[in-house]
Structures are given as structure tokens and as C-alpha cells.
Design a protein around this ligand. Structure first.
Ligand code: NAD
Length: 512
């Protein structure tokens, strides 16, 4: 593929984004651990990226610490102005970066562009937020006293991101953290290093033009080990980690061990309930998009479909018809709906799940399969499939990051809600119904136990304005909109005595 950004063609190593040393030729000591980035679209090697060494890491952290001393003093609206300019840069490079996301990660071009749009949207949100980092004022119980709380920057924020949203997740964290006065160290997925380097490159000019201190935006590359450095490092005030539940548990333990803060965005096992009162003309496209979009590699992908008895056969038939129209092929060709899985290891995970479904007695309504032949040389293209299954099967209980949809039958709404909640994860959920009682029950305290619960729209495709995240094994973190910014700041409660006496709280007297 032709270079679409002003990226260096030689191997690069990471660092801070404003300093001279951002791009260097690598030294030889790290060459045995080089990260090869292959496109799952065509199997081509598109970049070789040198991983950060521990000494690179320590240098980056020291630079970030120095930058924080300055950045925290910049007024928040002024920090917002820098983020506004970044949004403009991403507008300018939307097509190029979206194409690179699509090529390196394998999601459709539309979704690649959508991911960059999310960056632009969160920049806009963060600009407004930079003037709204509000604390509360409270009435003191003591005369001539005033109480208030204020929010201060937290410090260094480590961002560990997953391959499936290689750039948007970083921006949800970084843009908010920056207006809050923090500095960021990003450790992208080792499966998508090139898009991360491109993002750093895109914002470099803005950082330089605004004399932003070097170290406000840092990047380290590498796999699990580099993530562990961040998790264990007491210099990192907040570790925001997006990825599998397995990774989240390891990060949570390491960060808790030093009493640091973590924000975890982990796996989902999302369901849609289709009741007898559903408008199936709305439900069917939402289910198909939710289940096959990004080849089933979204944390919010629809994995389970819980359908009421009386409409079950109709839904099954309509879905089979819809799946027959799904076109699989190169993500860069806009005529296809579904691209490849990220790599061959993911294909093996899909095949293992298919085998497990068959062994458990599952029946495929739409057959699975791995595609080969012209256009599928990477070996990463699989058929989205649908299996009739039972909720308690181990394969249904876990998240297989592939386009496999489980069809489950129910009779009463309470039973459907129990099935929907009956998995370890708690990210996204939805109900399709035109019945007000059903919809409100689903959203009520006895309804969905997920962080996201929708009515008459599917499980995937969240907007940045809401707080994003989930419960149980999804990790409990919230990112992006609403008041998610509070995770990136420290709260301070202040009591000010402007009187001439010293009354104590709770009526306690203390006389000398
Ligand atoms: P992954 O867990 O394999 O890797 C994610 C990141 O964690 C990578 O950068 C990796 O290098 C790093 N890492 C791995 N082990 C680590 C450890 N022990 N300590 C520190 N860092 C470590 O996940 P993936 O395959 O890249 O992404 C898919 C997963 O991410 C799915 O489970 C998906 O549901 C989840 N995800 C969740 C959200 C959300 O917002 N809830 C969003 C996107 C993806």
C-alpha cells in the first residue's frame, strides 16, 4: 500500500510527540522483538515497529512528569483550545487515517472513517468540557464557613488500548485527560501500532504550534510487557485499560497492589431481546449490523439474540435471508459489508468456538466457514454464522471475538431478562418492543444489569455523549461523555472559615 501519511518508511521507535527524538532509527538491541504489522485485508507486511525498551520507557515517563508540572498550570479552556485544534487536524486527515485504520485493523472503510469521526466528536466534546469542570458548593453547618469541592488534574495517565478500536479509544481517554490537565502515555495494541504512530504524527504540529511541553502526549510500543510497566508503575496515577477480561484482571491486580487508580473497559457478551411486540423491520437490520459489523470484533457486538416463542421462527427465517445478502471482502472496497478477522489466531478462535457449539448440540441456522481463494489470501476471512444454542453453555458464556450469533428462545419477559443478565459480562444490551411496559421494565432496576441498555436500537454504535462502559467482568469503568471526566481528576473538598471563632463540626467543644 502506498504511504498515505507523512510517515517515515524506516522502522521507528516511540517517544514523546513534540521532541526532536520522536522518530529515530532503531538500535539493534531490540531488533529481535520487532513488531510486524500485517494487514488482515491482504496479508501484507505494512510496518515494522521497534518496541520500547525499559530505558525508553523510563525516559518517556520522566519527560511526562516534567511536562505535567507545566501543563497543569495551563488554564483548562486554553488546554481545550489545543484539543480543538487537534480536532481540526483529524478533520483534515479523516480519509487518510480512516483508510489506514481499515487497512491495518481490517474493519470496513466506513467503520474506519467512523472511528476517526469519533475522535473529532470527542475533541468537540472535550473543548466544551474544558469550561465545565465543575465542582459543587455546599452549605456548611458552621456559621461564617463556606464549603466547596474542586477538581485538580491527576497526573500521568497510562492508556492501554485494544486492536479493535485502534484509535478511537485512545482519543476518548486522551482528549478528556488533556483538558483535565493530565499528561498521557499511550500503549496501543501490538496488532495495530501503525495507526497509533499516525495519530501522534497528526497532532505533532498542533503541539509544536502551541508550545505544549514535550511529554504531554507520549507513546510507547510493545505488547503485554509494556502494558505491565504502566500497571505496576506508581508514577502512573491512572491506568485506563481497554481489552480482554483476562488482561483487565491482571491490570486491576497490579494497579490495586500499589493502590493506584484503574479504569477498565473489558469484554462484553451483549444480547438483544426481541419480544412479540417488536417492529421486526427495525430489529432485523439492527441485529445484523450488531452481529456482523467489524466482523463481530466490537466489544458491543451482538452475540446473543433472545427471541420470544411466538416470533422465533419468523425472526430466524428473516435473519437467514438477511445473512444471505451479507457480502464479505476487502474492507477497503465499500461494496462489502464484512472484512476479515484481525489475524489467523482469531480465525482459530472462531473455528474452536464453532466446534464447541457443534459438540454441545448447537444447530447452525447460517453455516460457518473460513473463506479461501482470490481476495481471501490473508486467511482471515470467515463467514458470519448463526447457531441455535443454550445460554448456559460455556461457549455462549464467554466472548468469542468473531461473528457468531447465538439464537435463544424465551416465553416470558422475566425469563428473557434473566437470560440476558445470566452471563459474567455486563456491557451492552437492547430490547426491541413497541410495548411501553416491556421497555420500561427492561430499563428498570429489575431489568438489564448492563452499563448500556437500549430500546429499539441495537447493542453497538454508542455515541460519545454518554458515559461508555459496563458492569461485572466488563470492569465497571466509564469513559467518554457525561461525567466520565471525573475519573481523570482528583477531587478536593475545601472548608473556609471567614469568621472570628473556631466552631467545630458535630457540635464538639474544645476549650484551652
Ligand atoms: P487484549 O486483552 O489481548 O489486549 C489489549 C491490550 O492490553 C493490548 O494493548 C495488550 O498489549 C495489553 N495487555 C495484554 N495483557 C496485558 C497485561 N497483562 N498487562 C498490561 N497490558 C496487557 O485485547 P484485544 O484482543 O486487543 O482486544 C479485544 C478485547 O478488548 C475484547 O475482549 C473486547 O471486548 C475488548 N474491548 C473492550 C472495549 C470496552 O470499551 N469495553 C472496547 C474495545 C475492546
Amino acid at each position: 500500500m502506498q504511504s498515505i501519511l507523512p510517515l517515515p518508511t524506516q522502522s521507528v521507535k516511540p517517544g514523546t510527540s513534540t521532541g526532536q527524538q520522536f522518530w529515530h532509527s532503531a538500535t539493534t538491541d531490540r531488533s529481535e522483538k520487532i513488531i510486524d504489522s500485517f494487514s488482515p485485508a491482504d496479508g501484507q507486511l505494512i510496518a515494522r515497529v521497534y518496541p520500547s525498551t525499559r530505558s525508553d520507557y523510563d525516559r518517556v515517563i520522566e519527560t511526562a512528569q516534567a511536562a505535567f508540572q507545566e501543563w497543569r498550570l495551563v488554564p483548562a479552556p486554553r488546554r481545550g483550545e489545543v484539543v480543538r485544534q487537534m480536532g481540526e487536524q483529524f478533520r483534515q486527515y479523516k480519509r487518510e487515517l480512516g483508510t489506514l485504520v481499515s487497512y491495518e485493523m481490517g474493519k470496513s472503510l466506513q467503520e474506519g472513517l467512523g472511528e476517526v469521526q469519533e475522535i473529532i466528536d470527542i475533541c468537540d466534546f472535550a473543548v466544551g468540557l474544558s469550561r465545565q469542570l465543575y465542582g459543587l458548593a455546599m452549605h456548611s453547618e458552621r456559621p461564617a464557613h463556606r464549603m466547596m469541592e474542586q477538581w485538580h488534574p491527576l497526573g500521568l495517565v497510562g492508556i492501554i488500548s485494544a486492536f479493535n478500536f485502534p484509535v478511537a479509544v485512545w482519543s476518548w481517554n486522551a482528549m478528556i485527560a488533556w483538558v483535565c490537565g493530565d499528561v498521557c502515555i499511550w500503549k496501543p495494541s501490538e496488532k495495530t501500532p501503525l495507526t497509533a504512530l499516525a495519530c501522534q504524527q497528526i497532532i505533532t504540529e498542533v503541539l509544536r504550534n502551541n508550545d505544549v511541553p514535550e511529554g504531554v502526549s507520549c507513546l510507547i510500543t510493545g505488547g503485554r510487557e509494556a502494558g505491565e510497566w504502566l500497571a505496576r508503575d506508581p508514577r502512573i496515577a491512572l491506568v485506563s485499560a481497554t481489552g480482554s477480561t483476562r488482561m483487565g484482571k491482571a491490570v486491576a491486580e497490579a494497579v490495586a497492589g500499589r493502590l493506584g487508580r484503574s479504569l477498565l473497559e473489558l469484554g462484553g457478551n451483549n444480547a438483544i431481546i426481541v419480544t412479540e411486540h417488536a417492529d421486526l423491520d427495525l430489529a432485523i437490520p439492527a441485529i445484523v449490523f450488531g452481529a456482523v459489523g467489524t466482523a463481530g470484533q466490537r466489544c458491543t457486538t451482538t452475540r446473543r439474540l433472545i427471541v420470544q416463542d411466538t416470533v422465533y421462527d419468523d425472526v430466524k427465517k428473516r435473519l437467514a435471508n438477511a445473512y444471505a445478502q451479507v457480502r464479505i471482502g476487502s474492507p477497503l472496497d465499500e461494496s462489502y459489508h464484512v472484512g476479515p478477522l484481525i489475524d489467523r489466531q482469531a480465525v482459530q478462535g472462531y473455528q474452536a468456538a464453532v466446534q464447541e457449539i457443534r459438540s454441545a448440540g448447537g444447530r447452525f441456522v447460517v453455516e460457518p466457514g473460513v473463506l479461501d481463494g482470490p481476495g481471501f489470501e490473508s486467511g482471515c476471512y470467515v463467514r458470519p454464522c448463526i447457531a441455535e444454542a443454550e445460554n448456559h453453555w460455556p461457549v455462549v458464556q464467554r466472548e468469542t471475538f468473531a461473528p457468531i450469533l447465538y439464537l435463544i428462545r424465551y416465553t416470558t419477559l422475566d425469563e428473557a431478562i434473566e437470560l440476558q443478565n445470566g452471563v459474567p459480562q455486563g456491557l451492552s444490551s437492547a430490547i426491541f418492543t413497541l410495548n411501553l411496559r416491556e421497555a420500561e421494565r427492561f430499563l428498570s432496576v429489575v431489568g438489564s444489569d448492563c452499563g448500556i441498555a437500549n430500546v429499539n436500537i441495537g447493542t453497538s454504535g454508542a455515541e460519545i455523549g454518554g458515559a461508555f462502559g459496563g458492569e461485572k467482568e466488563t470492569g465497571g469503568g466509564r469513559e467518554s461523555g457525561s461525567d466520565a471526566w471525573k475519573a481523570y481528576m482528583r477531587r478536593q473538598t475545601n472548608t473556609i472559615n471567614y469568621g472570628t471563632t473556631l466552631p467545630l463540626a458535630q457540635g464538639i467543644t474544645f476549650e484551652l
